[in-house]
Design a protein. Structure first.
Length: 274
């Protein structure tokens, strides 16, 4: 049975309540690894409820209600913010959803099987060697299938089954974190989507991506009508304002690559610019 007296989901870990899990997840997190948190004078390890709420960008009262196991209409955005703040794994995010709202998270876009299979140890080593610059790999529908640790630190959402473009257009924090969002990010991103759609009009993943973004973003619909096309972002200089940098604006030079042994993958490195 779940904490509310219902039937427990078959994939849910047994015997642990939502409050127990959240306290454990908070307790294992090292506050020294979170930029902006004060660590001197603490009496114990782990994050406080105040820390968790601050990192998630929600009120301490609302976070406290969740950790007490109070049943409420928690939104997907709220639960995903908590997942990112506590650095939950995909399985832990699943457990959070099941206990908090009674069902698992909606299925994200699934990377193409062939593309995911090509994300091998050699390519992961390449990503890791780009540190301290963030680097990641997507399939042609921008589903993230590999990343290095700096990328996860800059963009915690990447730790979940994530789609780069859906985050950029459908998550409200993206407009704050991607500086000059409409001109520097949204327009070229939509140009890339239109370019890929034109080259592979029967690709169902690209068709679904286009539909979801245009349905969820009025600004994207307006920009889409410009019919702009962009082949790639390689060499572009853009700016970010991320919690990882404590709100400091950072310029990055985008390096976009495609492995010669694969026609299904794109590799992106964000080189911090002076």
């Amino acid at each position: 049975m779940d904490p509310w007296g219902g039937q427990r989901d078959s994939d849910e870990p047994d015997g642990e309540s939502l409050p127990e899990l959240l306290r454990s997840w908070r307790g294992r997190a090292d506050p020294r690894t979170f930029p902006g948190l004060t660590v001197s004078g603490r009496r114990s390890n782990g994050l406080t409820q105040h820390d968790a709420a601050r990192l998630a960008g929600v009120s301490e009262r609302w976070y406290g209600s969740l950790e007490r196991g109070k049943k409420a209409g928690y939104s997907e955005d709220f639960l995903d913010r908590i997942s990112s703040a506590l650095r939950l794994s995909r399985a832990e995010r699943h457990a959070l959803y099941v206990r908090a709202v009674g069902h698992p998270p909606a299925l994200a876009a699934v990377p193409e099987a062939d593309a995911a299979a090509e994300m091998d140890e050699v390519l992961q080593q390449f990503l890791d060697k780009q540190a301290p610059d963030p680097a990641f790999v997507t399939d042609f529908a921008w589903n993230v299938i590999g990343y290095n640790e700096p990328l996860r630190e800059w963009f915690p959402w990447a730790a979940h089954q994530a789609n780069h473009m859906r985050w950029a257009f459908l998550r409200p924090e993206a407009r704050e974190q991607l500086v000059n969002w409409e001109q520097d990010w949204a327009r070229p991103y939509l140009g890339q989507i239109r370019y890929e759609r034109g080259h592979d009009p029967n690709n169902e993943a690209l068709r679904t991506l286009e539909r979801d973004i245009l349905a969820g973003s009025p600004v994207a619909r307006r920009i889409w009508d410009r019919r702009e096309m962009v082949e790639h972002p390689d060499g572009d200089l853009r700016r970010l304002r991320l919690p990882y940098h404590r709100g400091r604006e950072v310029a990055v030079r985008i390096v976009a690559l495609r492995p010669m042994r694969s026609n299904r993958l794109r590799v992106i490195v964000l080189m911090e610019a002076d």
